[in-house]
Design a protein around this ligand. Structure first.
Ligand code: ARG
Length: 277
């Protein structure tokens, strides 16, 4: 994998074939066939334009029959000169794996498979914390608990496993977001008690930004942080104030069409060169 460029590179996939065709998470219930293609495209283009102010966007070609391919966070996890590719839990998404593999191989990444028999859903469940030089790794709904020790070895970076306990927050990136300066935006209700205690032991109180159930349901934790800019679907006035106080610039951009499929800003992006060792 080439050296880390100074301007971030983010992978996205246009929503040409995006839709809710099946139900594999609670947000998708009752939404089959109910997404609006024009509105989805508009929202996706607005998100892309915001990201392009700070980073370069690379595109993966969309493919019919793969409506969730837009959620490139689930392609895999880049770090330490490697790319650990996803193995999806649900057969509905397995068709995406070869497209991701082809793209990453064609772009010079060394692609590594997760251990036999383990599911892994990429950067949806593994979030790099630059301040603490670790990965937060979610398990319980999609990725397997055995992933954290494997990633720790493969990426030569500490991996802290966190158990997810609420089916609406089935991927770690729906309920936790490390921010620059060591801040951690998260929804405590999404985690089992031991994992909440783990977070509290690692992240000091003044760096934790817990959000309420209502704030979490707006996908505020599914945020893309680029420098001090935090791009997200929506943030309550309270959360905006708190983040502004810490020096962040909040850029809300509606992603309601994608929330029908259970994803928002972060899910629609993949950081190709996180600052790992
Ligand atoms: N419908 C997709 C799924 O259930 C949404 C994925 C959202 N991605 C994410 N990184 N949270 O798999």
């Amino acid at each position: 994998m080439p050296e880390t460029p100074h301007r971030k590179k983010i992978l996205m996939c246009p929503p040409d074939y995006f839709g809710v065709d099946y139900v594999i998470n609670p947000w998708m219930e009752g939404q089959k066939g109910r997404t609006e293609a024009r509105e989805a495209r508009r929202q996706w283009l607005d998100l892309k334009a915001l990201i392009e102010r700070q980073a370069e966007v690379l595109l993966l070609s969309p493919r019919s029959g793969l409506p969730d391919l837009v959620f490139t966070a689930n392609a895999g996890l880049a770090g330490s000169g490697k790319f650990v590719i996803s193995r999806f839990r649900h057969p509905e998404r397995r068709g995406e794996e070869t497209l991701f593999r082809d793209w990453f191989e064609a772009h010079g990444f060394r692609v590594i498979d997760p251990p036999e028999g383990l599911f892994f859903e990429g950067a949806g469940d593994a979030l790099h914390d630059e301040t603490r030089k670790l990965f937060w790794v979610g398990h319980g709904f999609r990725s397997d608990a055995g992933l954290a020790p494997f990633l720790e070895k493969a990426l030569a970076t500490r991996a802290v496993p966190l158990g997810l306990a609420d089916p609406r927050y089935y991927h770690l990136d729906t309920c936790l977001c490390p921010l620059p300066g060591g801040f951690l935006l998260y929804y405590p209700g999404a985690f089992d008690p031991a994992s909440r205690a783990t977070i509290e032991a690692i992240v000091p109180d003044d760096k934790r930004v817990p959000v309420s159930a209502a704030e979490a349901a707006d996908f505020c934790c599914n945020a893309v942080a680029l420098g001090q800019t935090v791009i997200l679907n929506a943030a309550s006035p309270r959360l905006r104030d708190r983040l502004a106080q810490e020096g962040f610039v909040i850029e809300p951009t509606p992603l309601t069409e994608f929330m029908k499929a259970g994803g928002a800003a972060k899910c629609l992006t993949l950081d190709l060169y996180p600052n790992t060792p």
